[in-house]
Design a protein around this ligand. Sequence first.
Ligand code: 2PG
Ligand code: MG
Length: 427
Amino acid sequence: MAAFSISEVRAMEILDSRGEPTIMTRISTEGGFSGSFSVPAGASRGRSEAFELRDGGKRLGGRGVLTAVANVEGPLAEVVRGRDVRRQWEIDEAMVRADGTKNKSRFGGNAILSVSMATARAAAAGLGEPLYRYLGGVGAREIPVPFMNVINGGVHAGNELAIQEFMIVPLRFNTFREALFAGVEVYRELKSLLIGKYGRSAKNLGDEGGFAPPIGRSEEALEILVGAIEEVGFSGKVKLALDAAASGFFDEEDGKYLVDGRSMSPGEMEDFYLDLVERYPIVSIEDPFHEEDFESFSSLTKKIGGRVQLVGDDFFTTNVERLKKGIKMRAGNALLLKINQIGTLSESLHCAEVALRAGYSVMVSHRSGETTDPAIADLAVGLRCGQIKAGAPARGERVSKYNRLLEIEEELGSEAVFAGESALGID
Ligand code: 2PG
Ligand code: MG
């Protein structure tokens, strides 16, 4: 039907939450439907991610995306114009083929993703369905567990914390609304505890809306989190998760990790995690080792994979080849899904499928540089993966995802279920 065929592809340079340029694309069809998408950007990027095309040169420190905009409106528009927006895989494949590189470096992963996601939105609009329903069908009724990054470290903050993300995970609740607001209670309490202990500067926020207090040791952050959870009466119901983003504190010269004032070998690093999971209610750890150290990742999985979720982000970069290597080596037991790491919606869906089929759980993720586009909320519901990480319950670009989930839960009414503990696939 001609109504669904793409008639117009427009893109523009907009801003992300760090004040960096990013790309927004709108796809319109003959029938007058349209859909848009704004692309996020990471700071702690995995080496195997799709190429993020930046202009280079003097303007905005080289971070402009005008070339990517031109690629969308020029060669990519040429590829997709006239195609049916419901043919997501065909459209994505055609763009990948036209790009012709392994990592989408010709047109830019950011340019390609913007078209890919805008296509899905236009299709959903044309069919009169919300995006989660279009992506997940009638079975899409599970609202994911939110992983809320409430203490920021690593490259997302100006403090001394090596570990990048300290997350709270409201698991044992009946609805997403209850879970989210339990997280908010913890966040509020955490703020006053931090100010009480470290002074007013401790309420400064990092890139993902979590606090960036002047803390130097991981344990100190975990202690105060446990205290905040206890104080608001949610012990046992709200758990903890970490994203170490360990490539960020790995010294390639001597093969050591620099954490908490210590220089640790991979073996010592493993002991460090084993100790932390004994002493704190940690249910999930992401990127515990440098992204190429699949052996250590596998060893840790063997030891605690039955009771702790071990998530590959930089390890897998939402890339089926890297994920398959992990599955073969039994490295990790969960995939972090970031659509801009691979650069198209269909490749992301495929990667999630491969993970789920291998018994890995899947967590949909934002990037540290976000826009207010809530598409990943719909994606998490559509995928029925039961987990999302979208930062702290604060700052517009973070809460747009959580607010969208509240809206979906409301819309589904009595059909909605909160994913809860079962989403993690651990005991
Ligand atoms: C991560 C992400 C998102 P970034 O490491 O998981 O939290 O950070 O987008 O900077 O890669
Ligand atoms: Mg990560």
